[in-house]
Design a protein around this ligand. Structure first.
Ligand code: ATP
Ligand code: MG
Length: 516
């Protein structure tokens, strides 16, 4: 049974074998091959030690001593071998020396890493049976499967290699990995919630976590607190990027892990909304994520969809059909920032997701919002974020379970945006720039420049015809005569004006929709 092995992989295996070593395909790529999915990356296990791997590949794929084909950066025996493939999944192949892991004392990493002699020893340290088989790359694709991983693969069962309690105690990240694999492979519970193990009425078509493994996760969920946030983040990203991301979140809650990873999401459990919603806040957030995952949207949109209403429980006033959630997008943006920062997400992702959550509540109704309003919207949201924000809005709408017919409104908004797209919406687009203001007024750099620009921008947002140098110079000179206090006050008002699009004149409408 030889599966379609890319030529780059075969070449690496042949090179290892030519040097007298073994080469096995292991981990996710073999699992994916057996499931007839396209592997995301490729892992080869070998009995060659890192130095031997580096030596063997010193002349591989056009490599020279100053342009080596290998990278060896960590202490775990993994050497990256660079190929000449155009396929991003094949550019660097991880070749890892067989390992056994020593004693674990802190639930997160072995006290020492020892290289092993045989593939059998290496497979014994792997976490789940469906991750613990190997395929020989020399003979006719012989599979070494000591833990019945292929059977579990067929029956769609996630089961630890050996005693689950011991395995989770060794490395508590495995708790989260079990849920991540359930989400990636296609967990069988429904988005409606439910239990993580297959019940009588549960379809047998999806994956499930084996009973003892599941029980151990429930009992030992708290161990995840011992794990470095970066490792949690990497698994969480894989969960969120899976097709069943929403079920993954439900499963995290079901097994008691959510409380240690994103406890804020739990505040929405059982938190009812108002007459415009049929779902609790938690269910709604999860459903919004589900839509974003169905659409295969990128991580920022998925996270913003999941977090967009995260502050509703905190901001809820009143109860029953008339409850309100004023400022939940502002509080929600702050909570989002805290969560993503805690999970060590990159600055770019944090900024983007926080901004999308902050802006998700924009109001648009055909005929009610003026061109000036649309310019303010663009100025606040940033033209580059509009399409992503609309995606989050769509996820919000579909995730509410009672989608109203708004696509026409969105099309109209896009039409209006197109209409005003050349109008100035940013201080940098003003006919008078910061440097000019300093020259014209003969004043040094300082907060005053920014204040004047804010007021000028507000005027131009209202009427783009005013964006000419002569008029702006004239106004700048006038503002220069304001007292410091007045100027600060005017600038603050101008900045707040940009928010008008989502409050101000529309307050009444928003009240009607119980959203602010
Ligand atoms: P993916 O397709 O998402 O890469 P994967 O199964 O390859 O899935 P990786 O995180 O890349 O997952 O790990 C590669 C292999 O290394 C796993 O299949 C498993 O055999 C082993 N492994 C990874 N992390 C652990 C761990 N924490 N404990 C035990 N084995 C692990
Ligand atoms: Mg992998």
């Amino acid at each position: 049974m030889k599966h379609s092995i890319p030529k780059e992989i075969q070449k690496i295996a042949d090179t290892l074998e030519g040097g007298g070593f073994e080469a096995y395909l292991v981990g996710g790529c073999l699992r994916d091959l057996l499931l007839k999915r396209k592997p995301k990356d490729w892992d080869i296990a070998t009995n060659a030690i890192p130095e031997e791997i580096q030596k063997l590949f010193s002349t591989f794929a056009g490599a020279t001593p100053d342009k080596p084909a290998t990278v060896y950066e960590n202490q775990f025996g993994t050497v990256g071998v660079k190929t000449e493939s155009e396929d991003s999944t094949l550019k660097v192949i991880e070749v890892t020396t067989y390992r056994i892991e020593g004693k674990y004392t802190d639930k997160r990493h072995p006290d020492e890493i020892k290289f092993a002699k045989t593939i059998e020893e290496d497979l014994a340290r792997r976490d789940f049976t469906v991750n613990a088989f190997a395929m020989n790359l020399s003979e006719k694709g012989e599979v070494i499967d000591l833990y019945d991983g292929q059977k579990d693969l067929k029956n769609k069962i996630i089961r630890t290699v050996g005693d689950p309690k011991k395995r989770f105690e060794e490395d508590a990240l495995r708790l989260l990995r079990a849920v991540r694999f359930a989400a990636e492979l296609g967990f069988s519970a429904s988005v409606e919630g439910g239990s993580a193990s297959r019940g009588k009425d549960r379809p047998a078509s999806g994956w499930e976590i084996e009973k003892n493994t599941l029980q151990a996760i429930r009992e030992q969920a708290g161990f995840i607190e011992m794990i470095a946030k970066e490792r949690i983040r990497d698994e969480f990203i894989k969960l969120i990027m899976s097709d069943e991301a929403a079920k993954g979140i439900i499963l995290l809650e079901d097994v008691g892990l959510l409380k240690f990873i994103i406890p804020e999401l739990r505040e929405g459990i059982g938190c009812g909304q108002n007459k415009h919603h049929i779902y609790t806040v938690f269910d709604h957030n999860v459903r919004a994520l589900n839509y974003a995952a169905e659409k295969k949207y990128p991580i920022e949109i998925r996270l913003a969809s999941l977090f967009h209403d995260i502050a509703k429980p905190k901001t809820k006033a009143g109860d029953g059909p008339d409850s309100t959630f004023y400022n939940h997008e502002i509080v929600g943006a702050k909570m989002t920032l805290k969560i993503l920062d805690r999970l060590r997400f990159s600055k770019d992702i944090i900024e983007k997701v926080t901004h999308l959550v902050r802006c998700h509540l924009f109001y648009y109704n055909v005929g009610e919002v003026t061109e000036a309003g649309v310019r303010r919207f663009l100025s606040r949201v940033g033209p580059e974020n509009v399409s992503d924000l609309i995606k989050v809005r769509e996820a919000d709408r579909i995730g509410s379970g009672v989608p109203k017919a708004v696509p026409y409104k969105i099309r109209h908004l896009l039409f209006m945006i197109d209409k005003v797209k050349h109008d100035p919406i940013h201080p940098k687009m003003l006919a008078l720039r910061g440097d000019d203001v300093m020259k014209v007024l003969n004043i040094p750099a300082g907060p005053k420049i920014g204040q004047i620009l804010s007021i000028l921008l507000e005027e131009v947002l209202n009427d783009p015809k005013k964006n000419n140098r002569e008029y702006l110079e004239f106004r700048a000179k006038e503002f220069n005569l304001f007292s410091e206090e007045d100027l600060i006050d005017q600038a603050k008002k101008a900045r707040e004006c940009k928010e008008e699009f989502e409050s101000g004149v529309e307050t009444e409408m928003k009240k009607k929709y119980y959203v602010r």
